[in-house]
Design a protein around this ligand. Structure first.
Ligand SMILES: CC(C)(COP(=O)(O)OP(=O)(O)OC[C@H]1O[C@@H](n2cnc3c(N)ncnc32)[C@H](O)[C@@H]1OP(=O)(O)O)[C@@H](O)C(=O)NCCC(=O)NCCS
Length: 126
């Protein structure tokens, strides 16, 4: 399940480890991205590295490379900080964004999240 953006922004304000930005296409707001830097375990995230906490591309912009572009920009910025991997969590099932992450090169780590272990941890390394 994908959290509402308002919930994500509220989460971010309660976490010193959150970094979040709007995604724009030209002048138009087209999505939202949020990272967790892995230092604050009170946020309920068990990942030790930089974690893609939320990613949402607005319906009209989906499927046009916006999500890929946002991840590529994040990777460039992490590279500049000497970081060489980005973790994410991904639900499974028919509406899962897993194919998107696979196309970008993310692979499963073997770790599962959630009460029913229904979310898999994935990682992109460079
Ligand atoms: C999942 C999401 C972030 C992908 O962003 P996007 O801008 O639509 O994806 P892109 O256009 O950059 O796609 C990159 C590649 O992944 C593929 N892809 C994207 N979503 C896909 C999906 N659901 N199933 C299969 N392939 C998908 C695209 O076809 C494209 O492939 P190509 O490079 O061969 O052309 C976006 O669709 C979204 O916000 N969905 C709703 C919220 C959500 O699921 N967020 C993720 C929470 S973990």
């Amino acid at each position: 399940m994908v959290a509402d953006n308002a919930i994500s922004i509220a989460d971010a304000h309660f976490s010193e480890s959150a970094w979040f930005r709007a995604i724009y296409v030209g002048e138009d707001p087209a999505g939202f991205i949020m990272l967790h830097n892995g230092y604050d375990y009170e946020d309920g995230l068990e990942c030790h590295g930089v974690f893609l906490w939320r990613l949402m591309v607005a319906g009209p912009y989906q499927g046009s490379g916006v999500g890929r572009g946002a991840i590529e920009m994040i990777v460039e910025s992490l590279k500049a900080r000497g970081i060489s991997e980005l973790y994410a969590g991904c639900g499974q099932g028919p509406s899962s964004p897993a194919p998107f992450y696979e196309k970008l090169g993310f692979v499963p780590t073997g770790v599962f999240y959630g009460d029913d272990d229904d979310e898999i941890e994935i990682v992109l390394r460079w």
